[in-house]
Design a binder for this molecule. Structure first.
Ligand code: TXA
Ligand code: MG
Length: 308
């Protein structure tokens, strides 16, 4: 234990899910698996519970949180849904798409979730464990990725514990996350225009990518493994921990067959391994910048940017 809590690991069976829901109802913090990455959940209607997320992560208070809902009906209580938003939700929920929408004035949300914005980020996740937890409470869940702010995102309980052990109440173990990179974030503007704020598993190809308002949390340096990262590496130096792709094999390989889906699912596991390795540097083979490769390269660029 490194912090002030004893962090329990709870198996995500029926009894475990009920226990996690009870901890959340009481205002606690539980890391819960989603189809993208593990989220650090707290009830989104409680100032105290949400404050604990920021404290556990060391997250700057200007960075708002994604609110996870059980269905579109619950989402409609929190935000204004125009035609575009309704269509996107019908097409992609439950799933790895986050919609940034004008919040409703009477929405029962802690102010800290919104970090002062007039919009709210909503996502209806597909993972059965997260869905079961949401179904047991009558409150939505604020859930950023379950890692210390700026560090590598978690796709297993071991990754969660690597940075949050002792800082949260529990981790609900539902095995490794399938998609491996965080949800696509799309802002639906008042005039119906759509801006992709963060690339992710859902491709919104036709949308503008040059919106000048980015997600406030999309800092240049993020997902940082704590050592220098070199991208597009085709040769390995002796002190490199090599992350391979396709024909370039590494100490850890994203996908030997060149599958971008597999590479996304393994991305954070390889970065965690590189962070833990004795090698002082990480090198990463080129990853094609298409489909979910766009999200992979977005995360790699931030991992390679040194913190201020
Ligand atoms: O897949 C995911 O989205 C995961 C899982 C746990 O659901 N969550 C996640 O949360 O990635 P987090 O906190 O690591 O990233 C949320 C991003 C941040 O960059 C934040 O700035 C942005 O969403 N965001 C939240 N509310 C926003 C808003 N109202 N307007 C613009 N960006 C917002
Ligand atoms: Mg994050």
């Amino acid at each position: 234990m490194v912090g002030k809590y004893v962090t329990e690991t709870i198996l995500a069976d029926a009894a475990g899910i009920a226990r996690a829901a009870q901890i959340l109802r009481d205002g606690g913090l539980v890391a819960v698996p989603t189809e993208t990455v593990y989220g650090l959940a707290a009830r989104a209607d409680s100032d105290e519970a949400v404050a604990r997320i920021y404290e556990a992560k060391g997250r700057p208070s200007f960075n708002p949180l994604i609110v996870h809902v059980r269905d579109v009906e619950q989402a409609r209580e929190l935000a204004e849904f125009g035609e575009e938003a309704s269509q996107l939700a019908a097409e992609h929920w439950p799933g790895p798409l986050t919609l940034v929408l004008p919040r409703r004035g009477k929405a029962a949300l802690s102010g800290a979730v919104l970090a002062g914005l007039a919009t709210v980020a909503l996502r209806c996740p597909a993972h059965p464990v997260m869905r079961a937890v949401l179904a047991q409470g009558d409150f939505p869940l604020a859930a950023p990725s379950a890692n210390r702010s700026g560090f590598i995102s978690p796709t297993t309980t071991a990754h969660v514990l690597a940075s949050l052990d002792g800082r949260i109440d529990a981790v609900l173990d539902g095995g490794p996350c399938e998609a491996g990179v965080e949800s696509t974030i799309v802002a639906v503007r008042d005039d119906g225009r759509l801006d992709v704020l963060r690339p992710g598993p859902i491709e919104i190809g036709a949308l503008s990518r040059d919106g000048n308002i980015e997600a406030p949390g999309q800092l240049a340096s993020h997902y940082a493994p704590g050592k220098p990262v070199r991208l597009n590496a085709t040769e390995v130096a002796p002190d490199d921990f090599m992350i391979g792709f396709g024909a370039i094999t590494g100490d850890c390989t994203l996908s030997a067959s060149g599958s971008l889906t597999e590479a996304a699912a393994r991305l954070y596991a390889c970065l965690h391994e590189g962070a833990r390795s004795e090698k002082p540097r990480i090198a990463v083979a080129p990853v094609p910048n298409e489909s979910i490769g766009i999200a992979i390269n977005d995360r790699l660029r931030r991992a390679a940017t040194p913190p201020d």
